[in-house]
Ligand binder design. Structure first.
Ligand code: XMP
Length: 315
């Protein structure tokens, strides 16, 4: 991996020369590694843009942005575009529609921000090998299973050349590169988070209220996985808000409230996955904390499906 870093930095420095690169920073390990690699290669000629799309997790992104600002002298713009995305998502419940709306709105916002920078020739992205094979077919016969918003669209529209230093790597290799670069554990071990964010974990229509319920439930999941030491042992763990209500009982009264599904999986590269065999005491703690602490939820279920035939995300 040290030879990978050296080679990638050298190659990018040669490719870019004295031109400028714009990078979409998502807060995840992939784009963070790309930004740090490029910063090593070209310094201030790298311009990072972080777009808050209104469907981020609690503190998702902000922590990484703060870390980068503190430790690297890089150009970084934080764009608050929450309202713009949420207005477009209003009333939409189809998963591919949600993905497409977030994809093209992201492109619009990013395009405006990149144009405001002045002359830029390259776009850097944290695309990994699994994104490449699941999203486009030129490397093999895989059908489009879900539209990944981080591949396609942007470079053509903006007339930019692409730089994707991680496109031949799997996630475990990116983690090794991150460690080689000296990045902290909270970035290296951060679970993958999809481009369309919580929009594809609020099943059905996205409203502020439903996002709020999901964020609170998800925070419990993150907290309990970390406190128990399971966060690093699983590939991904998160909450999903279902589009139905169920009957429950509280004291002497009937309740009729939302259901949260827990999706916690083991995987090595996201191409296949299996549900994590968590200790029942941990599942019990997550369930009772969500039901007690998150207003509007009276039931928690555990997803015991593997990929394939299911996928990791529900939408
Ligand atoms: P699925 O649901 O296809 O997810 O089994 C595989 C992995 O990809 C993540 N994922 C995405 N990542 N943009 C991304 O950057 C996307 O549109 C997207 N959709 C799914 C998912 O969280 C899992 O790690």
């Amino acid at each position: 991996m040290s030879s990978f870093v050296e080679r990638a930095v050298k190659e990018m420095a040669e490719t870019v020369g004295d031109r400028h690169v714009v990078c979409a920073l998502s807060g995840g390990i992939d784009s963070t590694v790309v930004a740090v690699l490029l910063h090593k290669a070209i310094g201030k000629r790298l311009h990072c843009i972080f777009v808050d799309n209104g469907v981020l997790r609690l503190n998702e992104g902000q922590e990484v942005v703060d870390y980068l600002r503190e430790h690297f002298d890089l150009n970084l713009k934080y764009v608050q575009a929450q309202r713009r995305f949420l207005d477009k998502l209003e009333g939409v419940d189809d998963p591919e529609q949600k993905r497409k709306i977030i994809g093209y709105t992201f492109i619009e916002v990013f395009d405006e921000e990149a144009k405001a920078l002045g002359h830029v020739d390259f776009l850097a992205q944290g695309t990994l090998y699994p994104d490449v094979i699941e999203s486009v077919s030129h490397k093999g016969p895989s059908a489009v299973i879900k539209s990944h918003h981080n591949v396609g669209g942007l470079p053509e529209k903006m007339n930019l050349k692409l730089i994707e230093p991680l496109r031949e790597l799997f996630k475990d290799e990116v983690r090794k590169v991150a460690a080689e670069l000296g990045l902290p554990d909270f970035i290296i071990w951060r679970h993958p988070f999809p481009g369309p964010g919580l929009a594809i974990r609020v099943i059905g229509e996205i409203t502020e209220e439903r996002l709020d319920i999901l964020r609170k439930a998800d925070k419990v999941v993150q907290h309990e996985l970390m406190a128990s030491g399971w966060y690093r042992k699983v590939w991904q763990g998160f909450a999903v808000l279902l589009p139905l209500k169920t009957v429950g009982v509280m004291g002497d009264g009937r309740t009729y409230e939302h259901v949260i599904a827990l999706r916690i999986v083991d995987s090595v590269d996201a191409m296949t996955a299996d549900w994590a065999r968590l200790p029942s005491e941990l599942l019990e703690r997550i369930s009772s904390r969500i039901i007690n602490e998150v207003k509007g939820v009276n039931r928690v279920v555990y997803d015991i499906s593997s990929k394939p035939p299911s996928t990791i995300e529900w939408e």
